[in-house]
Design a protein around this ligand. Sequence first.
Ligand code: F6R
Length: 265
Amino acid sequence: MRVIIVDDAAAVASVSAEQIARSVRELRASGRAAVLGVATGYSPLATYAALAGLVRAAELDLSGVAAFALDEYVGLDPRHPESYHAVIHRTVTEPLGLDPGLVHVPDGAAADIGAACEGYERDIVAAGGVDLQLLGIGANGHIGFNEPTSSLASRTRIKTLAPKTREDNARFFDSPGEVPMHCITQGIGTILDARRLLLVAQGAGKADAVAAMIEGPVTSMCPASALQLHPDAVAVIDRAASAGLVLTDYYEHVERNRPPGAVRA
Ligand code: F6R
């Protein structure tokens, strides 16, 4: 895994936005628009804001770019302000000027959730697969809503949220009891199918999970450790989130001395 350690959250945003912009530009140069995987939560918000800045400055063209969200609550009206339909619209589709018809979020209100999950997998394939998947990490090591012990081969499916995740997400709702119990999430296998993975993490609260992801064993106890199996995974983390890492000096050495022309992680 490529590990980029930067000073603070602002640098996480600018470096990750530049990574995304570069992928979008490379694909555009090869004749097609990118398919992006997008996450909700706090971690990627500043990245989206930095990307919106590049679009406004006409340094990045996102026309024709499609997006697939990682997850959605089950049983929450898509018009609820905290549904991921609404969150993705507010934080990604509108500020980046994406065509809403090209932005996909799992259908947590579907009568047949199993069919909706299978349909979501098919939609990703039909779009040509995800070129770059942006990820955050939960304090318990989850990616998407794949909680510890999720199968590393899992596909999009309904899951029960861990009590800790419901507790963490209670900040977005009026009361903890309002946080839905179930969600649809892309599986770890689905996420690993993306051609490139870009994980962002900020703050000391993520330090243990980041260390387990990068330096721990590959284990379903830390779903993010599955990124070690991907040939092009990049983690952009601030110094506080890097506090649990043992090989910090090595990662910094490697970043200062990237092989000329290296394109992959
Ligand atoms: C959200 C998602 C989650 C979050 C994670 C971190 O779509 O997939 O895995 O990325 O819970 O959340 P924040 O960024 O709010 O700390």
